[in-house]
Structure formats: structure tokens, C-alpha cells
Write a protein that binds this ligand. Structure first.
Ligand code: URA
Length: 190
């Protein structure tokens, strides 16, 4: 079987498990689980926090206001959404957009680990503190590490702010744009 077909097939299995998952309480509230989407051979993966209202309605990641900003930031890398892979730490929307609970993050973690293991991105850009704490280091804050590269398990992690936070804070928006300029250079090196 060609690698492309095999990867697609394994991905479809992961996706099916996510869509049917009842490992934490969140399945009771969801309209749609949001597995993620994009290129299964992507060099660059984005990991956000959890689906919001629009994502829950459409079953797709980052399709609301924060998603529009993320699209334009991806464009600033000279890339399109189809060329990268986008997912979240938690695949179902927490009610009222509250923060995901530690138990929910833990229950969902095998899916994220499976997606990373299958796609093998060279760079993972973590968006916001939940992705940073889950994938890289629970002891660091975004302000401390944003815009830096952190090598771990053969992957380069690049933490930055969450686009939703940047929508409300101009200074954070500016830092996010600057981080993407660094990320653009990093992509050329790798
Ligand atoms: N915020 C996230 O963290 N993920 C989404 O998919 C949408 C908004």
C-alpha cells in the first residue's frame, strides 16, 4: 500500500475514534467533535486549546474569529491552511468556552499523541498556554518562551500566544505577528 493511502487510513481510524469518544464528560455537550484538519504530511502543525462555538457547530478547527486571524498568520508564512495541520489539545468544546480541565486534557491526550506520531511534523507551533503546558513544559509561561524554539523528542516546538487572546490585546497581537516572522525564518532553516 502506498504511504499516502496507509497514512490516510490510519488517520481515518483516529478520526473515527475521536468522533465516537466518550472518555470524558465533554461528549455530552458537543454538537460535533473536532478532530483537526490539514495535510497529513505537513512539516508544520498548529495545536490550539479546544473548539469554540463555531468549531463545535462545523466540526472544524479554528473557523471562528480566532481562526480568521490564524489563517492570515499562516498566510504570512507563505503557506495556506491546506499545507499545514491544525488541531487542538482537546477535541470537544468545553461548555461556555471554559478552560479544559486537567482530566479532559489527559483523556484526550492519546489522540493528540497519535496525530503527532502519524504526521511527524518537524515543527509544532503551540497556540496558548494549554498547548504549551501539555506538549512542552507545564512550568513555563507563554510570556517566558514565546517566539523561541524548544527541541523535544526530535520535534522543534515553537510556542506562541493564542490568536483568540490576541484579538483582545493589541500588544499581544503585535508579538504574535513578530513570532510568525521568526517562524517563517525557522521554516526556511529546517
Ligand atoms: N480556539 C482554539 O483553541 N481552537 C479552535 O479550534 C478554535 C478556537
Amino acid at each position: 500500500m502506498a504511504i499516502l493511502d496507509e497514512r490516510k487510513e490510519i488517520y481515518e481510524e483516529i478520526k473515527k475514534e475521536i468522533l465516537n469518544c466518550q472518555a470524558c464528560e465533554l461528549w455530552q455537550y458537543r454538537k460535533n467533535a473536532v478532530p483537526g484538519e490539514g495535510n497529513l504530511f505537513a512539516t508544520l502543525m498548529f495545536v490550539g486549546e479546544a473548539p469554540g462555538e463555531q468549531e463545535d457547530l462545523q466540526g472544524r478547527p479554528f473557523v471562528g474569529q480566532a481562526g480568521k486571524l490564524l489563517d492570515s498568520l499562516i498566510g504570512s508564512l507563505g503557506l495556506s491552511r491546506k499545507e499545514v495541520f491544525i488541531t487542538n489539545v482537546v477535541k470537544c468544546r468545553p461548555p461556555g468556552n471554559r478552560d479544559p480541565l486537567p482530566a479532559e486534557i489527559l483523556a484526550c491526550n492519546p489522540f493528540l499523541v497519535g496525530q503527532i506520531g502519524l504526521i511527524c511534523p518537524k515543527i509544532i507551533c503551540t497556540l496558548g498556554r494549554h498547548a504549551l503546558h501539555t506538549l512542552v513544559d507545564p512550568t513555563r509561561t507563554i510570556s517566558q518562551v514565546h517566539g523561541s524554539r524548544i527541541a523535544k523528542d526530535g520535534i522543534v516546538f515553537f510556542p506562541t500566544f493564542h490568536p483568540a487572546a490576541a484579538l483582545y490585546h493589541d500588544s499581544m497581537h503585535q508579538l504574535l505577528v513578530e513570532d510568525f516572522q521568526i517562524l517563517r525564518r525557522l521554516l526556511k532553516e529546517i
